[in-house]
Design a protein around this ligand. Sequence first.
Ligand SMILES: Cc1cc2nc3c(=O)[nH]c(=O)nc-3n(C[C@H](O)[C@H](O)[C@H](O)COP(=O)(O)OP(=O)(O)OC[C@H]3O[C@@H](n4cnc5c(N)ncnc54)[C@H](O)[C@@H]3O)c2cc1C
Length: 806
Amino acid sequence: MKTTTQVCVIGGGVVGCSVLYHLTKLGWSDVMLIERSDLTSGSTWHAAGGFHTLNGDTNMAALQGYTIGLYRELERITGMSCGLHHVGGITLADTPERFDMLKAERAKHRYMGLDTEILSPSEIRAMAELVNIEGIIGGLYDPLDGHLDPYGTTHAYAKAARMAGAEVETHCMVRELNPRPDGSWEVVTDKGTIHAEHVVNAAGLWAREVGAMAGVYLPLLPMAHQYIVTDDIPEIMNRSTEFPHIMDPGGESYLRQEGRGLCIGFYEQPCEPWAVDGTPWSFGHELLNDAFEKIEDSIAFAYRRFPVLETAGVKSVIHGPFTFAPDGNPLVGPVPGLRNYWSACAVMAGFSQGGGVGLTLAQWMIEGQPERNAFALDVARYGKWTTPGYTVPKVIENYRSRFSVSFPNEEKPAARPFRTTPMYDIWQGMNAVFGQQYGLEVVNYFALPGDPTYETPSFRRSNAWEATRREVLGVRERVGINEVHNFGKFSVTGSGARTWLDRIMAGRIPQPGRLSLTPMLEPSGRLIGDFTVSCLDDETFQLTASYGSQDYHLRWFRMNLDPGDDVRVENISDRRTGFQIAGPQARELLARVTRADVGAEAFRFMDVRRMTVGMADTIVQRVSYTGDLGYEIFTDPISQRHLWHVLSQAGADLGLQPFGMRAMMSLRLDKGFGSWLREFSPDYTPGETGLDRFIAWKKNADFIGRAAAVAERDAGPKRRLCTFVVDALDADVVAYEPIWLDGAVAGFCTSGGYSHWAGKSVAIGFLPVGRIAEGLEVEIEILGEMRPATLYTRPLFDADGTRMRG
Ligand SMILES: Cc1cc2nc3c(=O)[nH]c(=O)nc-3n(C[C@H](O)[C@H](O)[C@H](O)COP(=O)(O)OP(=O)(O)OC[C@H]3O[C@@H](n4cnc5c(N)ncnc54)[C@H](O)[C@@H]3O)c2cc1C
């Protein structure tokens, strides 16, 4: 075994082997994998081996598509068989909501280039005659679905990696990980110590333990999962082709042919977490005892859907554990707070996702960033607030809802309320309906008197409609108030702060007392943040951005801090909170609660001041995401309730209207303002999104991404964001709906919703630059319906900015 290496991958399951292969594929050959037993000894050996592309997250779906395409490549390189069965799969819909979801997925697949198809019940029956179609409304057919041999595939990855120079050491356990001052690692194993520049945690069932070796908690939990293989079934034996995969979400089951019988697995409601307090090192190539009692109801349901099962004998039962993160997506990427320690774990569908995870991680390690937006699987989407106490109920909820319809407005209840601001009970007393962002309770809207305090999950307009309308009008006609707790906030201080910010941010860094908006770019020129920078004095700045991306952004800041920079960057997201007030009476309200001069001349649009508001020390910024006259007032959490009392009393006769995120999202649409991870994400560039207008082309700083941004500016982007008014029925655009032009898909939506102010359904989306013109007529496919839409270029509210800037 070698004792020095560029990368030491820990774990020889399908994920570790895929990472190893992709490192070699992208050009690193001084890499090794350490496996404590034989390859596949964790979850991998007992997997059912099914694969599919369907995933609610578009980038995850694309990575799953990549994974499936990879198997032929592995077979070609190694001459080994992955045991591929590309039999196609059908996902059934037995409720209108589920059918809506499948139609929305189908629509997305059009611009992703995936050839899925909506089937009628009789078409389902024609393809899969063993399905009882009673109660079935339709289905989605994916020709790429299939299954493979988990053992053969994992070995094929390992062989392909070895052929390119990688070393694989089995029966060697990693016992300790010790960081060295230069950022590299001492990997202490049974067979000696390895000095590795990078380590990758691909330890699957033991990923928590390998995380703890480096002092980090990775939020994942193993769940016990069971599938049954039947004896031979005559109806299967008589078929001339292999039976397709059937996903029956109503019965929480997946079914496929296995040999001459069938294999069926369940995501049952009475599910069982496994090894909650840690996976024993003694666990190995073994299965858990059969537990039929937890799948009794699921089996009874399956007998009705697949009557042939009732008379089939059981050949074997496979019951084993595999790991999930709280949202069911993998945990991939550089682990925040550590140097050269990479995560490739919580991969719950190794044979759908393992290839994509390997590719993403290898690109991150070798090229500095993955090629597409990887936020949905980025380990940094969970922060230090994530504890086992949170992970356990969330994973159970996720497992149980694996086959549930996921609605765009759905707020799942497990592990809530967890993190709250001092305003929580006050809002609750006002009928607030909350959502959760990054563990934090956030008001979505205030229910109308007599209405339930929950929002009905739906693809169509929900019961929050009237309440949201009331809040929007309260802002536009009087003055509204909501919290600013759900911004990510950073303090940047020191004599080197301005120089550092000029390098990190592409935009102008403001002078004392002023704010600026700026994109943050990675070297390839793609967007990795959109920030408001406030300059309090020449050495004191406050940055605000997305709350959910605070660890993602902090990780980037730390990676780009040199020891010589005299600058201190702190995440103060939860230490600075407060309110936003917005609307035509916002100035009047602020003037009533401070002695500072907040007149239009003294306190201009994009100004920032320290002020005493009531008795509280605050930082007030004259800017508002509502696009209205507005102010963000930041204070510390201890003073927040005081600030509320002062503002609410002073605003009572002005008709102060508390508002939530639903109203905020409607208000920002009036102005066509983009939103992080919707319009602005690492999938897009400044030129494509219009954020190029905030780039300080003339500033005397070589900001990160400059060369790429200049190249884009000179060449011009190929596509650009536009806004549309949609002739919608009862459903508005959410995201990723295709935009049709002249009978073909020409673009896709990034977000949309209803502008209550304008009384119009609005969409934002990409079209090729050459096609963009005021008044252009397009069609947007919403839940399978083609809806006419018209492109417009002037904001629906305050088009010339008089109200916002006045
Ligand atoms: C019953 C069942 C059915 C399933 N069906 C499917 C399916 O149809 N399709 C699908 O895509 N997925 C399926 N899965 C999930 C799939 O098995 C997992 O997604 C996949 O195996 C995860 O692989 P991994 O490499 O991340 O982890 P593991 O397979 O757990 O691999 C981790 C490896 O790390 C090694 N290791 C850990 N710690 C150390 C250490 N300190 N030193 C050295 N080595 C170490 C372990 O020995 C192990 O081999 C199923 C799972 C179960 C339980």
